[in-house]
Design a protein around this ligand. Structure first.
Ligand SMILES: Nc1ncnc2c1ncn2[C@@H]1O[C@H](COP(=O)(O)OP(=O)(O)O)[C@@H](O)[C@H]1O
Ligand SMILES: [Mg+2]
Length: 631
């Protein structure tokens, strides 16, 4: 379908969604769809809930956020369960300004933008529909028309609680345009749009001396005072501040803590009492979610200032820390690259993972437990199985420190280093080494890195490099085996047959000759030695394997290559040991013979076809691994 056709369809859809009627019609509609009268907080919560919630390992995962925010599940669960959910139920937190606090480039703005874009779409759906008094610059809630003395009766009939008073402007219009007949007041469906300034606002402070409160609460339109005769005629007022425009929806307050106090007090009265003062009018009721964001330093200095004391209790702080999982960090980079101009560059497999390892290391604190080092902690946090540790260990580790995720390298730094590598070298293919080198070079230019920190970070770069060396070797060795999985499986089965015969003290049957033969001690030892199992310990190890097999069998599961971590490691090492010389010689000869050349081409082809390399990165990998094996 071409774009013009799509535009036309969109317009038609918009037309279909429109609704206009009298207040009496609106009441009929409410009987059918009572949810359209929900509060702004409730709408935001339902928007998140309606997108779907999964539960993974006891942590909630909101689909609303999960395609753009990675590794923030715990923070998001806290945000939804401790703010949005109770706020939707009209509990007290609703009366506080929501302040997202986290380190730079940790996803705070992204989160707020998702809420904004989400609301724009949600108000176009049936569940998220919003209705307002027609022609009102603040799209006032039509139910404000119901006078105070009838609200209890209204609640009995409709089960809907009304908050807020009819604004001065609509009070006047009701008299002048509708002769006081509430039932005739026109109501329309509205659709949130930041561009059209409906239901969504953004306030960012500028120079405190020149900034006018009008940006927030609107202002007198002097050109119309003559027409209406007085400054206190609401028709002479322009309700075009961000708070006015965001009514019924959400206002983002950027750099809130940098803002002059007088702005804050307006906000606080709004959140606390549900109304704010504008011009010379009675208080104006508004219903909106206010979200601000800040970093920790700014927040601490705000808190420590005595002058701000009264404000503390009116703000609810929700942490938005950095992600601490390598695999999620990779997804962040993938997303940022996809959205950038360098999206067409080939990035060799494992490149982003290795960069992510470095980044996550900078965000972790050294474990207090002596049996866990930083790398192990990194793996555990990422949900990788580390033999001998379970989910309780992860919980304990997380409880050791409260500030993890609040410091370290930010994702934007990594993306900038990747882009600068690409741009400077004009290369169309980058690998892990390019990126590590660039991360290292960049440390000198990073504004907030002290010498001491730099030392530490350089150490993390070499840790990540070592991890990469292992990954690279394995990758090449795997590619050397015609079918790695197949070979590993065959070797494993062979080993298990022998172990079984050994433990049960029986003989094996030679598959070819049918002759009875003793278990192949040499084969078993050659595998066990790979993981340092001594002659004395071999019996216990073999028996443990056998017990594991029968435990699996009892549960109806098959014991396979992935069932026992150490055995898998042993099998892998054995396969690689057998190959080592071939790999070493093949990858490092300057003048390969015909046989070696054929092998190299085969391996390169496999790296390209099965492992996601291109010919540049595959050849770079082979050369690098060759040099590693010759060290
Ligand atoms: N946890 C995360 N998941 C997905 N993207 C993230 C995450 N943290 C940061 N980003 C990305 O990093 C960039 C900077 O994030 P941003 O929302 O501007 O941070 P902040 O407002 O906290 O400074 C954005 O491109 C954002 O998408
Ligand atoms: Mg931001």
């Amino acid at each position: 379908m071409d774009i013009l056709k799509k535009l036309e369809n969109y317009r038609e859809e918009e037309e279909k969604l429109k609704w206009e009627g009298t207040f009496a019609d609106y009441l009929d509609l409410l009987k059918e769809k009572p949810w359209v009268a929900q509060s702004a907080h409730s709408r935001v919560y339902n928007m998140i809930k309606d997108a779907g919630i999964e539960e993974v390992d006891g942590v909630k995962k909101y689909r609303f956020f999960s395609h753009q925010l990675f590794g923030l599940e715990e923070a998001l669960e806290k945000l939804v369960e401790e703010y949005f959910h109770p706020a939707a139920k009209r509990l007290d937190v609703r009366k506080r300004v929501l302040l997202l606090m986290g380190p730079v480039s940790g996803g705070k703005s992204t989160l707020v933008t998702m809420l904004k874009r989400g609301l724009e779409a949600y108000t176009r759906s049936d569940k998220g529909a919003v209705y307002a008094i027609k022609g009102c610059p603040m799209h006032e809630d039509p139910l404000h028309l119901i006078p105070q003395h009838l609200r209890a009766d209204f609640y009995d009939e409709y089960g809907i609680r009304i908050e807020g008073n009819l604004s001065p402007l609509n009070t006047l219009r009701l008299e002048e345009e509708y002769g006081g007949r509430i039932e005739d007041v026109l109501v329309e469906r509205i659709f949130f749009s930041e561009d059209k300034r409906t239901g969504i606002g953004t306030f960012s402070p500028s120079d405190p001396k020149s900034q006018d409160i009008a940006d927030l609460t609107g202002s007198i339109d002097f050109s119309t005072i003559a027409e209406f005769g007085s400054e206190s005629d609401p028709r002479a007022y322009r309700f075009d501040g961000e708070l006015n425009k965001a009514n019924r929806g959400l206002m983002e307050f950027q750099e809130m803590l940098k803002c002059d106090e007088k702005f804050l007090w307006h906000l606080l009265s709004l959140t606390q009492e549900g109304n704010f003062k504008a011009g010379r009018f009675a208080l104006i009721s508004a219903d909106e979610l206010i979200v601000a964001h800040t970093n920790e330093t700014e927040y601490r200095s705000f808190i420590s200032n005595k002058k701000n004391e009264a404000l503390h209790s009116r703000i609810i702080v929700m942490p938005v820390p950095y992600n601490l999982k390598v695999s999620e960090e990779e997804k962040i980079y993938e997303k940022m690259i996809r959205e950038s101009d360098v999206a067409d560059v080939h990035i060799a497999p494992h490149t982003l993972k290795v960069a992510a390892m470095f980044t996550i290391l900078t965000r972790l604190r050294e474990p207090k437990r002596a049996d866990i080092d930083l790398l192990k902690k990194m793996r555990l946090y990422d949900g990788k199985t580390v033999e001998g540790y379970n989910s309780q260990d992860i919980k304990d580790l997380k409880n050791e420190y409260q500030d993890e995720g609040m410091f370290g390298i930010d994702p934007r730094y990594v993306i900038n280093r990747i882009s600068s590598t690409i741009i400077r070298k004009e290369i169309k293919s980058i690998n892990a080494l390019d990126v590590l080198r660039s991360l290292k070079d960049g440390l000198d230019q990073h504004p907030s890195i002290t010498e001491e920190l730099k030392e530490k970070y350089l150490n993390f770069i070499s840790l990540a490099r070592k991890e990469y060396d292992e990954i690279a070797k394995k990758e090449v060795q795997k590619a050397f085996v015609y079918s790695y999985e197949e070979s590993a499986k065959t070797l494993l089965d062979n080993y298990l047959d022998n172990v079984e015969a050994y433990c049960n003290k029986v003989k094996l049957r030679d598959p070819l000759t049918g002759e009875e033969i003793n278990p192949d001690e040499k084969l078993m030892r050659s595998i066990e030695e790979q993981i340092g199992i001594s002659e004395n310990a071999k019996k216990a190890f073999r028996e443990e394997i056998l017990i594991r097999i029968s435990a699996y069998a009892r549960k109806g599961k098959r014991f396979d290559y992935y069932s026992h971590d150490r055995l898998r490691e042993a099998i892998q090492k054995k396969l690689f040991a057998d190959l080592k010389d071939v790999v070493k010689i093949t990858t490092s000869t300057k003048t390969p013979d015909e046989q070696q050349l054929k092998k190299i081409n085969e391996v390169v082809a496999r790296l390209i076809d099965e492992h996601g390399y291109n010919s540049t990165s595959a050849n770079e990998l082979l050369r690098y691994v060759g040099s590693l094996l010759n060290r």
